[in-house]
Design a protein around this ligand. Structure first.
Ligand code: GLV
Ligand code: MN
Ligand code: MN
Length: 421
């Protein structure tokens, strides 16, 4: 392919340092470590801020400049020869699930940093700047919705709405962000939605396909669609020993039947539908009081928009059909259609994998990613590497140093190639 850097002494990918990449993963894994092999580094916590500080220190040691926008998305720049040219941006997130692993998100950040370091060490001057980005609150575990920082950057979520979002303890994004930025200060400000020449994100697959098929590189062609709902069921608290069953308005019982009804709605012999009730809260949560209030979340995903619409649009009716006399409120908190990535960027990823003799295959992402918001702004692509048994959002998440290095080499080649266009 014209303009492709050769794999050799002078290429950026040859300067990728697998040891440095791996040791940085180990260093970040210590921040928020749970002691059970994983991490709890939820968005805008002191642990998230500490991880940001560590990346900023690595960047400062190279003389790279840093800036931050009003939702806390953090950018690190290696300058290009044309200061007016839009940057090629690459990165991911540092926040994790409450019982998260050591690779989801972090790999994309450290791979992008490795590309900047490798370009520096190989004395490669790109025309465009190379920007590393750390998106704020990708996980959506502490503050909903997921991919908050990139959504605000892309104009898909108003800044004010994001800042007003509360966590389970009533702390706002605004307050938590101020604390995180005080703990990991970045003086330079960056506007939202500045021109981006291309966006690349490296990530572990978080599913079992690459490992099962013996592939090292997943060329991500897009991301399946996602709808989130919050269901609140209000019944009436009553004494467990005295209130006859027929006279109860038991919110827990109603919520359980709703979940069963939804499982029937989502039943799919092809096993393509993804349906998860990941949060379930009851009040007063006492053994001898009939439940007065139940709250649960629904995460529903599918690659095809018509299935996403057909099944998703029936969620509220199914919940109401199982109300058992309780009041029901169903709020759709996220509706993210399927995303298609740039065929041009996918072609560059395939060509780079081929030059490195790495087995590769096209793949649609089951997980959602910040890249979906960038795809509407600029040519966008993602590079997946395998993770053991497809396990992710789990402290047992594992990826091999060799696969992480391979994905980073492919990323490096594609980023530098795009930065010279
Ligand atoms: C992001 O982690 C997702 O929920 O897909
Ligand atoms: Mn992730
Ligand atoms: Mn995740």
């Amino acid at each position: 392919m014209a303009g492709s850097p050769p794999v050799g002494r002078t290429s950026v990918s040859a300067a990728v340092n697998p040891d440095r990449l791996w040791h940085r993963h180990l260093a970040i894994a210590r921040i928020g470590a749970t002691g059970r092999g994983g991490v709890n580094r939820q968005a805008l916590t002191p642990e998230d801020a500490e991880a940001r500080r560590q990346v900023l220190a690595w960047a400062a040691a190279r003389g790279f400049t840093a800036s931050v926008d009003a939702i806390g998305n953090l950018f690190v720049r290696r300058a290009g020869s044309d200061p007016a040219a839009a940057p090629v941006v690459s990165g991911s997130h540092l926040d994790t699930q409450p019982t998260g692993g050591n690779f989801d998100g972090i790999f994309g950040v450290l791979a992008a940093l490795e590309v900047l370091d490798a370009a520096e060490e190989a004395h490669i001057q790109t025309r465009r700047p190379l920007d590393l980005v750390i998106w704020t609150n990708e996980e959506g575990a502490r503050f909903q919705p997921t991919t908050m920082g990139s959504a605000v950057f892309a104009g898909a979520l108003p800044l004010a709405a994001a800042l007003d979002t509360l966590d389970g303890r009533g702390v706002s994004v605004k307050a938590a962000l101020a604390e995180a930025l005080a703990a990991a200060p970045v003086p330079d400000r960056r506007p939202f939605g500045f021109p981006v020449a291309a966006y690349l994100e490296a990530h572990i697959e978080q599913g079992p396909i690459l490992e099962a098929t013996g592939m090292t590189i997943g060329v991500v062609t897009g991301i399946q669609g996602l709808r989130w709902y919050r269901v609140e069921v209000t019944g009436e608290e009553a004494h467990a020993g005295t209130m006859p069953l027929a006279q109860r308005r038991d919110a827990l019982l109603a919520a359980m039947e709703m979940v069963q009804g939804l499982r029937e709605l989502m039943a799919d012999p092809s096993d393509t539908v993804r349906f998860t009730v990941g949060r379930f809260e009851v009040q007063p949560n006492s053994p001898n009081t009939v439940c007065g209030r139940a709250l649960f979340t629904i995460d529903f995903r599918h690659p095809h928009p018509e299935v996403l619409a057909r099944l998703g649009d029936r969620v509220e009716a199914v919940c109401r059909a199982h109300a058992r006399g309780c009041a029901v409120e169903v709020a759709e908190t996220l509706h993210s259609p399927p995303t298609a990535f740039s065929p041009v960027v996918a072609g560059l990823i395939r060509a780079a994998a081929e030059r490195h003799s790495l087995p590769y295959a096209d793949i649609v992402s089951g997980a959602t990613h910040d890249a979906k918001h960038l795809a509407g702004l600029c040519p966008t692509g993602m590079i997946f590497v395998p993770c053991a048994r497809g396990i992710s959002h789990n402290e047992a998440e594992r990826a091999s140093p060799a696969d992480l290095a391979a994905g980073t080499r492919v990323l490096a080649d594609v980023v530098v190639e795009l930065a010279n266009q």
